[in-house]
Design a protein. Structure first.
Length: 464
C-alpha cells in the first residue's frame, strides 16, 4: 500500500517539476509571436529569460525554508499556486512590463517546486532507494528541453502565444488537488520562526548579482565588467554577502545555515553545483556555434542539440539507479568527467559533425549524472530532516549562480575574440577546466559505505 502511495506521490512531483521546467524551454519559440503583439526592445527581450531566473533565485531559499517549518504539502501547493498566478498574468499581458511581472511571479513560484519535491523524496524514500527517485525527477529537465519546443511549435500553429501559459492553469489545479490528498504535511516541532533580515539580505545579494551580470555588455569584452552599469551592483553583492553571513550566524532560524558549510561533503557539492550550472550554460551557445561552424540555419542548429537532450533524458534515471548501487561519489566524478570531456570534444570538433554529436552526447550524459540525482542525494544524506528542503534550495541556488556566471563568461570570451569559433573554443576550454577541478575535489566525497552510515546516523538521531 505504501509503495503504491509513494508511486502516486512521485508521479505528482514529476508533473509539478515538468510544468515548471517546460516554461523555460517554451519561451524561446514564443518570442517571435510575442514581438508581433507586444513591443519588445532587445534589452527587455533578454529579461524575459533573466527575470525568471532572478526571482527563482530569490524565492528558492524562502520557500525551501518555509517548507521545513510549515510542512511540504502547504508550501508545495503555495508554490504551484504562485506559478499558476504568474502564468495567468503572462497570458493576459498586453505590455512588456506586465509580461515581465508575470514571468517574475512564475520564477518565484517555480523556485519552491523542485526543492520541495526533492525534500519529499528524502522524507518518504529510504537512503538506498532515493537515487532512483531523484533520477526520475531529474530526467524531467531533459524531457522538458526535448518536448518543450515541440509542444510550443505545434500549439503556435493553431493558437496564439498566450495559450502556452494558459495551459498551466488546469494543470496546476489538478496538481493542487492531488497534492492536498497525497503529500505529507509534517511540521517542524519547534514554533515556526523566520529570519526576515536574512531573507532581505539574500534578496539584495542575489538581485544585485543577477542585475549586474545581466547588464554586462559582452561586446566590450573584459572592460564591460568594470563599467558604471555593472561594478556598483557587484560591490553591493559583496557587501550583502558579508552582512548575510554575519547575521545568519547569529540567527536562531537562519534562511541558510552557514554551519552546513562546515561539512566537507556540502562544501564540495556546492562547488560541483556551480560547475554543473556553468556546464549547463554552454547549451545556450552551442546552436550559435553550430551555425558558425557548420553553416546551417538556426532551426537546424537547434535540432542538432537533440542527441544531447536524449542523453540527458536517458542518463538521469539510469544514473539514479546506479547511485543506489555504487554511491554518489562515483556518479559525481563520472558526471564531471563526461561533461568536461564532452566540452573538450566540442573544442576539437572543428567541422566534424561526428565529433560534434559525440561531444554533445558526452555532455548530456555528464549533466544528467550531476543534475539528475547525485548532488541532491549527497545533500539529503548530510542534513537533518528538518533542513531537507533548505539543502535542496542551496543546490538550486548554487546551480543557478553557475548558469548565470557561465553564460556571462562565455559571452565575454567570445566577444573578446575576432573570430567567434575561436572564442567558443577558448570558452569551452575554460569551463572544462573548472569541471576537471571540481572532479578532483569530488574524489574526497564519501564512499558508498560511509554514505549509508551517515544516513543511518541521521535516521537514528531522528528516532531518538
Amino acid at each position: 500500500m505504501e509503495k503504491h502511495r509513494n508511486g502516486k506521490i512521485l508521479a505528482l512531483l514529476f508533473a509539478g517539476v515538468l510544468m515548471g521546467a517546460l516554461d523555460i524551454s517554451i519561451v524561446g519559440p514564443a518570442i517571435p509571436s510575442i514581438e508581433q503583439t507586444i513591443h519588445v526592445d532587445h534589452r527587455s527581450l533578454s529579461w524575459i529569460f533573466s527575470i525568471y531566473v532572478l526571482f527563482n533565485l530569490i524565492g528558492v531559499s524562502l520557500l525551501a525554508k518555509l517548507s521545513d517549518l510549515h510542512g511540504r504539502r502547504s508550501i508545495y501547493i503555495l508554490a504551484v499556486s504562485i506559478f499558476a498566478l504568474g502564468s495567468a498574468v503572462v497570458a493576459f499581458s498586453h505590455t512588456i512590463s506586465t509580461l515581465l511581472i508575470g514571468r517574475a511571479i512564475q520564477g518565484f513560484g517555480s523556485s519552491g517546486i523542485f526543492p520541495v519535491a526533492s525534500a519529499v523524496i528524502g522524507d518518504i524514500f529510504p537512503a538506498e532507494k532515493r537515487g532512483k527517485a531523484l533520477g526520475m525527477i531529474g530526467a524531467v529537465f531533459g524531457m522538458a528541453f526535448l518536448i518543450g519546443p515541440l509542444i510550443a511549435g505545434v500549439m503556435l500553429e493553431f493558437f496564439e502565444w498566450n495559450s502556452l501559459f494558459l495551459i498551466n492553469l488546469p494543470i496546476a489545479i489538478v496538481i493542487i488537488f492531488f497534492s492536498w490528498k497525497l503529500l505529507p504535511s509534517h511540521r517542524a516541532k519547534e514554533p515556526p520562526h523566520f529570519d526576515w533580515p536574512g531573507m532581505f539580505l539574500i534578496a539584495i545579494l542575489l538581485a544585485s548579482f543577477a542585475y549586474g551580470i545581466n547588464s554586462i555588455d559582452v561586446s566590450e569584452g573584459l572592460p564591460g565588467l568594470i563599467s558604471i552599469d555593472v561594478l556598483p551592483y557587484f560591490i553591493v553583492s559583496i557587501l550583502s554577502l558579508i552582512l548575510f553571513i554575519y547575521f545568519e550566524k547569529q540567527s536562531r532560524s537562519p534562511v541558510v545555515k552557514i554551519q552546513l558549510f562546515d561539512v566537507r561533503q556540502i562544501r564540495i557539492i556546492g562547488i560541483v553545483a556551480i560547475s554543473a550550472g556553468m556546464l549547463q550554460s554552454v547549451t545556450i551557445f552551442v546552436p550559435e556555434m553550430a551555425v558558425n561552424v557548420f553553416k546551417v540555419n538556426t532551426s537546424k542548429a537547434a535540432f542538432m542539440l537533440i542527441p544531447f537532450v536524449i542523453a540527458v533524458a536517458v542518463g538521469a534515471p539510469v544514473s539514479g539507479r546506479l547511485i543506489d548501487k555504487v554511491g554518489s561519489r562515483i556518479i559525481v566524478i563520472a558526471g564531471l568527467f563526461f561533461s568536461a570531456s564532452g566540452l573538450f570534444l566540442l573544442f576539437l570538433a572543428g567541422n566534424s559533425i561526428a565529433w560534434f554529436y559525440t561531444g554533445g552526447v558526452f555532455m548530456g550524459l555528464g549533466i544528467s549524472m550531476l543534475q539528475g540525482s547525485s548532488m541532491r542525494y549527497v545533500m539529503l544524506n548530510e542534513v537533518q530532516p528538518s533542513d531537507r528542503a533548505l539543502g535542496q534550495g542551496i543546490i538550486t541556488l548554487f546551480t543557478s549562480i553557475g548558469q548565470m556566471t557561465g553564460a556571462t563568461m562565455i559571452g565575454i570570451i567570445v566577444a573578446s575574440q575576432a573570430i567567434k569559433t575561436v572564442g567558443y573554443g577558448r570558452a569551452f576550454i575554460v569551463i572544462s577546466a573548472f569541471a576537471f577541478f571540481a572532479m578532483l575535489l569530488s574524489i574526497c566525497l564519501k564512499s558508498r559505505k560511509d554514505e549509508l552510515a551517515a544516513a543511518s546516523a541521521i535516521l537514528d538521531l531522528q528516532s531518538s
